[in-house]
Write a protein that binds this ligand. Structure first.
Ligand SMILES: *[C@@H]1O[C@H](CO)[C@@H](O)[C@H](O)[C@H]1NC(C)=O
Ligand SMILES: *[C@@H]1O[C@H](CO)[C@@H](O)[C@H](O)[C@H]1NC(C)=O
Ligand SMILES: *[C@@H]1O[C@H](CO)[C@@H](O)[C@H](O)[C@H]1NC(C)=O
Length: 501
């Protein structure tokens, strides 16, 4: 078991106390998501909450969408996911997420799924070994995988490409960092992949730029037992990538740095969260460490706005200080970084030792949404940095969601609504109705039908939607067959199968 290590940057404490977090159950289907405990204290931006929890049990390990009241909206198949969110592909809103194996080395091997607004899979983006070009990945366990996309990034660009990270195991001389001359480490790679064709349009590896990224500058020490083939040292820990005008900006967690890589692969500069490090001078308020999710706005030749999730903490130093969100003005001409905002709720501090995200919800209002990674909590802050919403969905340390987002989403699933009928007396029954993933219906119409192949049906009543699953009492039934229709006003959107009870 790995507990204190490079790899544990993304691990949960294994074998910890029993789970006490409540899970929801439903009469209409097998969904068991963690209950979302919400507290709203101000005006929030519209949207649903998107998380991909994983932890000490399979229940609720899935792509999950909740509304702001904490009702489940969608539970995907049971699988480890990351980066569950809405992104535009060819101008259409899609649900995108990574799914795969989260390994014990702090990264993953998987694929990125892109679903349309009926939850049909439009694209499955993969990064396989490729004998044609000689591109092969090496893994700590020596086993190959069908796709090597790592969980840390699945960012869609406005040119309909997908930016992803990957980790490769490689033998390397680790003597500069007091390791073995024939030690093993993880290279940090990223790829830009054309979504329509799955072709790689750009590839980059940190080790190919070792001169500008000396190993001694990693803040991640080689923990005892690491630096071997089975436990490679994670020198860089790449965890976000996005486009810049002439290249890409990456986040290297273990260098406490953002890195600008030109389109030709050359490193333009490094913006470090530590004093006297990198190519910029940063003010005291802006010092950051073990960060995630670097995002850029308003880029010009003179500078840009940059945001990031500043963990501050790491598994081996879990209480250095509360995790914050940071917003900077970066001056490229004078190579100066000025802190514009430090976002935290001093009355409810969170210590996130790994993972996490910071999403700018609205440039005008300044609302920001943060997912706290190793702590199963999300928060929304207003433009003054005051918390307006907080929600939790698991015991700290037992359940994590790599990132947490708030997104607007309209979906009408290709599968039908579900119903269950529980007879409670002669001609009397309780009816339960749900439609996993559906956002648009607001009421249910309940029908008594004359048989399993109903030709005639009698409208019994309609009831307002009540969260994920709606319950209704019906009486005076002269049939044993029921059917329900999910509607928006009086427009039918989906019809359940006929249920005999
Ligand atoms: C987890 O799911 C199983 C069925 O897969 C169920 O029996 C169990 O009660 C669930 N646990 C919780 C805490 O809901
Ligand atoms: C991964 O590392 C191995 C050496 O361990 C090397 O042969 C291989 O080309 C590397 N793959 C990539 C994609 O960089
Ligand atoms: C890469 O591109 C940058 C910016 O356009 C340029 O300054 C640099 O010289 C290029 N490097 C190489 C090796 O071509």
């Amino acid at each position: 078991m790995v507990r204190f290590s490079a790899a544990s940057a993304l691990l949960l404490a294994a074998g910890a106390a029993a789970d006490t977090w409540p899970f929801a159950t439903y009469d209409t289907g097998p969904w068991t998501p963690p209950q979302m405990k919400v507290h709203k204290s101000g005006t929030t931006e519209p949207g649903y909450i998107f998380v991909g929890p994983r932890g000490n049990q399979p229940n609720g390990t899935a792509a999950l969408i909740y509304d702001e009241e904490g009702h489940l909206v969608y539970q995907g198949p049971t699988q480890v996911t990351a980066n569950v969110k809405v992104q535009k592909v060819f101008n259409e809103d899609t649900l995108t997420f990574w799914a795969g194996d989260m390994t014990s080395w702090g990264y993953g091997f998987g694929t990125v799924h892109i679903l349309d607004d009926t939850y049909r899979e439009m694209y499955t983006v993969k990064l396989p070994d490729d004998p044609a070009t000689g591109r092969f990945f090496a893994t700590p366990d020596g086993n190959s995988r069908p796709s090597y996309i790592d969980l840390h990034e699945s960012h869609i660009t406005d040119r309909n490409t997908l930016l992803v990270t990957a980790y490769n195991t490689t033998q390397y001389d680790l003597t500069p960092v007091r390791g073995a001359p024939d030690g093993w480490m993880l290279d940090a790679l990223f790829y830009e992949i054309d979504i329509a064709t799955n072709e790689i349009v750009f590839a980059w590896s940190a080790l190919e730029h070792i001169a500008e990224l000396p190993l001694e500058e990693s803040f991640q020490a080689i923990a005892p037992g690491f630096g071997t083939r089975n436990q490679p040292w994670d020198a860089y820990h790449i965890n976000s990538v996005e486009l810049m005008s002439d290249g890409y900006i990456l986040s290297l967690r273990h260098y406490w740095s953002g890195l600008y890589v030109f389109n030709n692969g050359t490193i333009a500069w490094r913006l470090s969260g530590a004093h006297d490090d990198g190519d910029f001078e940063i003010d005291d308020a802006g010092l950051y460490q073990w960060q995630h999710d670097i995002r850029i706005f308003d880029e010009t030749d003179e500078g840009f706005i940059m945001t990031l999730f500043n963990n501050v903490d790491t598994p081996s130093d879990p209480k250095t200080g509360p995790t914050t969100g940071l917003k900077f003005q970066v001056d490229l001409l004078n190579r100066k970084v000025t802190t514009l905002q430090v976002i935290t709720n001093t009355h409810d501090e969170v210590f996130s030792v790994s993972q996490g995200s910071l999403q700018t919800l609205n440039r005008e209002t300044g609302h920001i949404f943060m997912g706290y990674g190793s702590v199963a909590t999300v928060k929304e802050f207003d433009g003054d940095g005051d918390e307006v919403f907080t929600a939790s969905f698991g015991d700290p340390g037992l359940v994590a969601s790599y990132r947490g987002y708030k997104c607007q989403w309209k979906a009408t699933p290709f599968w039908p609504p579900a119903m269950a009928v529980v007879p409670t007396g002669p001609g009397v029954a309780e009816i339960y109705m749900s439609w996993n993933g559906a956002t648009e219906y607001d009421n249910w119409a309940i029908y008594a039908v004359d048989g399993p192949e109903a030709t005639t049906s009698r409208f019994v009543k309609s009831v307002k939607r009540a969260g994920y699953e709606t319950r209704a009492d019906v009486g005076s039934l002269r049939t044993r067959f029921m059917q329900v229709v999910a509607r928006k006003g009086d427009i039918p959107l989906g019809t359940s199968p006929i249920v005999e009870f």
